[in-house]
Ligand binder design. Structure first.
Ligand SMILES: Nc1ncnc2c1ncn2[C@@H]1O[C@H](COP(=O)(O)OP(=O)(O)OP(=O)(O)O)[C@@H](O)[C@H]1O
Ligand SMILES: [Mg+2]
Length: 386
């Protein structure tokens, strides 16, 4: 590691700096002249990129970029950015001498002499291939968990839907029987209309379920929060007991958000299922959507956000349990009733979307979950955060 203390030490002579830079092996540290040619080369650069000093000094640093990046003019762009702004940062594939590639995190800083004249650029590169692979693996696991959660949610939804399909089929069969036994053409006409209506409602139900079940990779698009809410509600209606009232409060003119609509729907369904489970027999769930301006009060976030609130008047959450609800596999539900993945998924989704999720709960009174997602537009009706 390079220690800032060592570098800034006022009495360290120049040759000691060189020794220090030379001995660093975890970072490639080298200098470029203002045209991008390599001027110095340390041990870390040799270890990471595979070239010895005499092989690279005097050559242009585009040597380390992939042919595609060179064709896109990326090295020159970086150099230009650094010369204009004093610094440039980059993350991407780089080539070693043997032709293999590594994922690099690189910084380019302009160095000036006492009169302010640019004398060169300091280039520090780290090989973070391992870190990137772990991040990709984590994404893959997260996607798998989402799929598992989706199956769980589908199971819950189909239970409710089966009941609705039965009702629709009863309407169809009874109306058809009545129509068959009737001579009255007006009555027959009415029965046929009932049949058509029930058939159409059945088609809508299967359509919603299919849209929800379709497997998709993270698919970020610009969506209207109200539309996601409407489709979630129509799915949910069939999975809520009649004694649980579902209320909605929507601020008009909400800004759009840029997220994966399928994942957002999953997260909302889980919040709503959690609320339903906390209520038990009878109670009220309220979903409220607002646009809010944050100033660091929620997870240090700043800017315009759409806030999804799910409030219930259920059992509430014990303070000891509250500390753990976002942990994967943490559940207080009996075996087979919950996987404990719902809120950890919601948390992952909020973070991945540059938002946040928070909870307020009082035992015996109820719970309020709040999901914040960044607004993608500069417009409409923002309220100060409450
Ligand atoms: N609205 C709520 N009211 C009371 N407790 C809640 C509420 N939401 C979550 N919890 C508590 O947090 C725990 C974790 O919730 P989470 O959604 O992660 O998992 P789960 O609901 O138990 O299982 P799954 O979501 O996989 O079906 C729940 O088991 C419950 O104890
Ligand atoms: Mg849950």
């Amino acid at each position: 590691m390079v220690s800032a203390d060592c570098i800034d030490h006022p009495v360290m002579p120049a040759s000691r700096y060189e020794q220090l830079v030379q001995s660093v092996v975890d970072y490639a540290i080298y200098m470029l002249d203002p045209s991008g040619r390599v001027v110095s080369w340390n041990a870390g650069a040799e270890r990471i990129k595979g070239y010895r000093a005499e092989e690279v000094i005097g050559r242009h640093f585009s040597l380390f970029f992939t042919p595609q990046d060179c064709a896109d003019g990326r090295p020159d762009l970086l150099l230009k950015q650094a010369l204009e702004h004093g610094v440039a940062q980059d993350e991407g594939w780089r080539m070693r001498k043997d032709g293999t590639q590594f994922w690099a995190l690189a910084a380019l800083d302009v160095i000036r002499d006492d009169s302010g004249q640019v004398i060169g650029l300091a280039k520090v590169t780290r090989d973070i291939t391992d870190r990137r692979e772990s991040a990709l693996q984590l994404d893959a696991i997260r996607a798998q968990l989402f799929q598992a959660q989706k199956l769980e949610a589908l199971g819950q939804l189909t239970g409710g839907l089966a009941h609705d399909f039965n009702n629709l089929l009863t309407i169809i069969i009874t109306s058809a029987k009545l129509a068959l036994g009737s001579q009255d053409s007006i009555r027959v006409q009415r029965m046929l209309e009932h049949i058509l209506d029930a058939g159409q409602r059945g088609t809508e139900l299967t359509q919603q379920l299919l849209t929800f079940a379709r497997h998709r990779q993270l698919d970020v698009s610009l969506i209207a929060p109200a539309a996601v809410l409407a489709s979630t509600r129509s799915l949910l209606e069939h999975a809520l007991p009649r004694e649980i009232v579902l209320q909605e409060r929507l601020q008009p003119g909400l800004p759009s958000i840029e997220v994966d609509a399928g994942q957002l729907q999953m997260v909302l369904l889980n919040l709503l299922f959690n609320a339903r489970d906390a209520i038990g027999e009878r109670g009220t769930i309220c979903i409220a959507l607002d646009a809010v301006a944050l100033n660091g009060e929620v997870d240090g976030l700043h800017g315009k956000f759409v806030r999804f609130e799910v409030l219930d008047d259920g059992a509430g959450i014990d303070p000891k349990v509250l500390l753990r609800i976002f942990e994967p596999f943490f559940t207080t539900k009996p075996f087979g009733k919950g996987t404990g993945l719902g809120l950890s998924q919601a948390y992952g989704f909020a973070k991945q979307s540059n938002g946040a999720i928070t909870v307020d709960s009082t035992v015996g009174v109820g719970t309020c979950m709040r999901l914040y997602l960044p607004a993608s537009e500069q417009d409409s009706g923002l309220q100060p955060h409450r």
